[in-house]
Design a protein around this ligand. Structure first.
Ligand code: GDP
Ligand code: MG
Length: 441
């Protein structure tokens, strides 16, 4: 990761009293490369690197931090600043209904994000959402939102393809008021490219319903393109914020950085998967950490807290840290984690785990495999779950038979579990407390 790279660049400067121009020049080369790799706009990168140089220059090397850590900290703080500093609150107070218009290119994730927002705002703010399909050009688009609504039990306006999108939105808003829905999500049409007629239509919808939020939905994987498109949408519609989708992929957050710098509009939510529960509030400090490759423990803990009680979440954190959990803990957590999305997605949030998920093999599993893993663990006795080391061949054979799996699969699970515990030990227990990472505010 970038943090590691900077660490090694700066290692040799350890013991010097002050960071000098020469010292940091080399490190900043790494920073520049990493940002470009993360697909940050090159102009933004240049400004950014200049500012970091200025800030880092002449700083005293603090006793507790190595020069490398210190520069990482400056870089991190500046990234957070660039991303908008504080988390951008979504305005849920104010007059009702709260009206939200989703705009963006086709395939960016508007429809999915509308469903995610409905679910999120109902759960977090007890809102009563109403979904409005205003993409009448593809019959499948109306179906898609209608199905999403049914899936999460949210009412959907009965649009049809022979209706005019502006009329749909105007009428839907009236229906929402009549029925007492306090959140109206307008899911608009997209095109593969910016299209004047579509822009005109969106402007007309905006004029008809005066939405409080116009969220531009951007696919993080499209990097710089997303930034240009954001600019066009903003020029025409004056967007109020951004939803950055598909951040569960390889995208490292460069688009977030550039969009904010270029349009001045903050990212408010990030999509972390196809499931409707896989959306998060955007936290600049966490994306900064992600760009620096430092993982995202806070998000992990918060996710866990949404699903567990605070005590349980702390317990989970501790067990991760001490790598002390056994199969019994694992099964309990797994049953709960299932509700949070994929285990793989969660593991990616742990520093250092991202690149290790591949090695986790059968542990970084999807639902089907998780069922099998659960079956295997359930066929163990309590003693075996608590003390995996007693699992000899005859016990494993019995477990395989009991769970309808093979001896190989049982062996694989035990082996992977053991590896995972070791990795957690290294990643959580070994590295962090040793001062391997700077203290983040
Ligand atoms: P729209 O054309 O803008 O309405 O886009 P959709 O909501 O239909 O999404 C397009 C595709 O992207 C669908 O296959 C979604 O499941 C997928 N998608 C949307 N958001 C995310 C996300 O955050 N992560 C991932 N992995 N896929 C997403
Ligand atoms: Mg759509």
């Amino acid at each position: 990761s970038l943090s590691d790279r900077l660490e090694s660049v700066f290692k040799r400067f350890k013991g010097q009293g002050r960071l000098t121009e020469e010292n940091i020049q080399e490190g900043l080369r790494e920073v520049r490369l990493a940002l470009l790799e993360a697909d940050v706009n090159f102009k933004v990168v240049k400004q950014f690197v200049d500012r970091v140089r200025e800030k880092a220059l002449g700083q005293d090397v603090q006793g507790s931090l190595t020069p490398g850590q210190q520069v990482v900290k400056v870089v991190h703080d500046e990234l957070v600043e660039l991303l908008g500093g504080k988390t951008s609150a979504f305005d849920v107070k104010g007059s009702k209904p709260l009206t939200v218009m989703m705009v963006g290119l086709q395939g960016s994730g508007k429809t999915t994000s509308a469903g995610k927002l409905a679910l999120y705002l109902r759960r977090e703010h007890k809102m009563k959402p109403f979904l409005v399909p205003a993409d009448v050009y593809r019959p499948a688009a109306i179906d898609q939102l209608t199905k999403l609504g049914a899936q999460i039990d949210v009412p959907v306006y009965p649009s049809s393809t022979d209706m005019n999108p502006v009329d749909i939105c105007r009428d839907a808003l009236q229906v929402a008021k009549d029925k007492g829905y306090d959140l109206v999500l307008f899911d608009t049409a997209g095109r593969l490219h910016i299209d004047e007629r579509l822009m005109e239509e969106l402007a007309n919808i905006k004029a008809a319903v005066s939405p409080r939020e116009i969220l531009f939905v951007a696919d993080a994987m499209t990097g710089q393109d997303a930034v240009n498109v954001a600019q066009s949408f903003d020029a025409k519609l004056e967007i109020s914020g951004v939803v950055l989708t598909k951040m569960d992929g390889d995208a490292r957050g460069g688009a977030a950085l550039s969009i904010k710098s270029v349009t001045g509009k903050s990212v408010k939510f990030v999509g972390m998967g196809e499931k409707l529960s896989e959306m998060e509030v955007f936290h600049p400090d966490r994306i900064a950490s992600r760009i620096l490759g430092m993982g995202d423990v806070l998000t992990l803990i918060e996710k866990a807290q949404g699903e567990f009680s605070e005590d349980e979440a702390q317990e989970l954190g501790k067990k991760f840290q001490k790598a002390s959990f056994d199969f019994e803990d694992f099964r309990t957590q797994m049953r709960r984690l299932k509700k949070l999305g994929s285990l793989e997605g969660l593991l990616k949030l742990i520093p250092g785990m991202g690149k290790l998920t591949k090695q986790l093999g059968e542990m970084s599993v999807h639902e089907k495999e998780m069922k099998r893993v659960e079956a295997i663990i359930s066929s163990m006795t309590m003693e075996e779950r608590r003390k995996p080391e007693v699992l000899n061949v005859s016990r494993r054979r019995r477990i395989a038979a009991g769970s309808g799996t093979s001896l190989e699969q049982v062996n694989q699970l035990v082996k992977n579990f053991d590896q995972m515990r070791k990795m957690m030990q290294q990643v959580m227990g070994g590295k962090a407390p040793k001062g391997g990472m700077p203290q983040m505010p």
